[in-house]
Design a protein around this ligand. Structure first.
Ligand SMILES: Cc1ncc(COP(=O)(O)O)c(C=O)c1O
Length: 443
């Protein structure tokens, strides 16, 4: 791996954005008038993030801990090959994700299938192949048992528990363990699930452990500590003798605002975000009381992949609307829905700029025919920006490509990276209009 990894600015008479050891402008020039927007990946940054998690988890020894990547954050198959060679497990949330994991050669026992509403086909696929299933509710368990009997196989399961805990700084849409959450079963309601498992244990089902996930963009490690304390109490080794996993979910935030001090007038509030090491150290203490046969699973998505991508977009123009200067770019909510969906912050800046340039505040908006289509509010960017200038939208590796859409008949963008010789490698081709129409039945 090259020593430099990820996206960073190198200062000089011009500030240049780099990917690994290469200026991003050089990548754009080599692509020669590329259609925009496009996505640029630093797979070196991804490998670095995986290594950071694995080193941090090794520090929990003698407690054993595994990393399981939450594939919903970004299911680009090129990430999966890195994960496989690093022996990372995968957490999947649909039959499609599970099938992708299996077809990429992940061992079924290293795949977790989670979901509050699983289709018959996906449950059958999980049982038949030996994937670990999360039991979300009593009805989910009943369907799992039905198919275990029908397939004459034992289903290996964890129970998704709702510990009713959360970080108050997390947007409601990113919270998954409130009292009224649609995910999991609260601790007080577990007995009926236990009973049904006991009645079928070792015949059609084996309870391997417990799973929980408090939500995403969590910056408060204290709630994770409380969660671990609650979850550990569930391990009744006498009642269920196959118990071996405690999956504490993912959810760690990243510092999306770390570049913001490059420019004035950026949003004021900036909560400090624990590093991966801080997060793992925080759970060390409560884990001391876990039975020593139990392994911990940590299943992050965002903190593994968010900082591995930028979206490169072109300026289309600027205009004044009342007091607001609008900067219209060719990226939009169809490639980066997080600002529109939950007012999320993504840093946006130029690919090349001069430190002396006068900057003014803009609202950065996309061309999609929807008032909610914005990418950033009150961002300071050079006054002289004009049509054709390139901007980068940072930290778009998680929940951007995987949440993208074709709204307004917009093709999904190309995805590129640099290989070990710093040559451009196409990870995904840009969709064509024909691709968008392919599944319509037209007479
Ligand atoms: C069950 C489960 N595990 C893990 C994750 C990953 O969360 P994050 O990307 O915030 O780490 C999610 C995403 O919300 C999830 O639903």
């Amino acid at each position: 791996m090259s020593t430099k990894h990820g996206f960073y600015y190198k200062e000089g008479h011009e500030e240049r954005l780099f990917i690994d050891s290469t200026p991003v402008k050089q990548v754009i020039d080599r692509l020669s008038s590329p259609p925009t927007p496009f996505i640029l990946y630093s797979l070196n940054q991804f490998q670095h993030n995986v290594n950071t998690y694995q080193h941090a988890l090794n520090d929990l020894a003698p407690i054993r801990a595994r990393l399981s990547y939450s594939m919903k954050a970004n299911y680009n198959p090129h990430l999966l090959s890195i994960l496989k060679s690093s022996k990372v497990m995968l957490t999947t949330v649909s039959g499609g994700e599970m099938q992708l994991a299996l077809s990429n050669g992940f061992e079924p026992s290293k795949i977790i299938f989670n979901g509050n509403g699983k289709t018959d086909e996906s449950i059958q696929m999980a049982i038949e192949s030996g994937v670990l299933l999360n039991v979300d509710s009593l009805f989910d368990l009943e369907v799992i048992l039905k198919y275990a009997r029908q397939l004459n196989k034992i289903a290996n399961v964890l129970i998704r528990v709702n510990p009713i805990l959360g970080d108050s700084n997390v947007h409601a849409y990113n919270t998954t363990a409130s009292k009224t959450s649609k995910f999991g079963t609260s601790i007080d309601d577990l007995e009926s699930i236990y009973k049904l498992i006991e009645d079928n244990h070792d015949k059609w089902i084996r309870l391997f452990g417990f799973h929980c996930h408090l939500g995403s963009t969590i910056s408060n490690t204290q709630v994770i500590v409380e969660c671990v304390e609650k979850m550990i109490k569930l391990f009744d080794m006498k009642r269920f003798h196959h118990l071996r996993f405690l999956n504490i979910g993912g959810g760690l935030n990243i510092d999306y605002k770390r570049y913001a001090n490059r420019t004035a007038n950026e949003p004021e509030e900036h909560i400090s975000i624990p590093t991966i090491e801080d997060y793992v150290q925080a759970i060390k203490q409560p884990l001391q009381s876990i039975p020593n046969s139990i392994e911990i699973i940590v299943e992050p998505g965002r903190s593994l992949v968010a900082n591995t991508c930028v979206i490169i977009t072109r300026v289309l123009g600027q205009k004044q609307t009342g007091p607001i200067r609008q900067l219209i770019v060719d990226a939009s909510m169809t490639e980066c829905i997080r600002p529109a969906l939950y007012q999320a912050y993504h840093h946006i800046d130029t690919v090349i700029s001069s430190p002396q340039e006068e900057r003014i505040a803009y609202d950065i908006v996309g061309p999609v025919c929807e008032s909610g289509d914005f990418l950033g509010r009150e961002r300071c960017l050079p006054k002289i920006l004009q049509r054709g200038d390139f901007l980068a939208i940072f930290d778009t590796g998680a929940y951007c490509s995987s949440m993208s859409s074709n709204y307004n008949m917009r093709p999904r963008p190309a995805e590129y990276t640099l290989d070990e010789h710093e040559q451009i490698k196409v990870l995904k081709k840009r969709e064509t209009n024909e691709d968008l129409l392919r599944t319509y039945c037209i007479d």
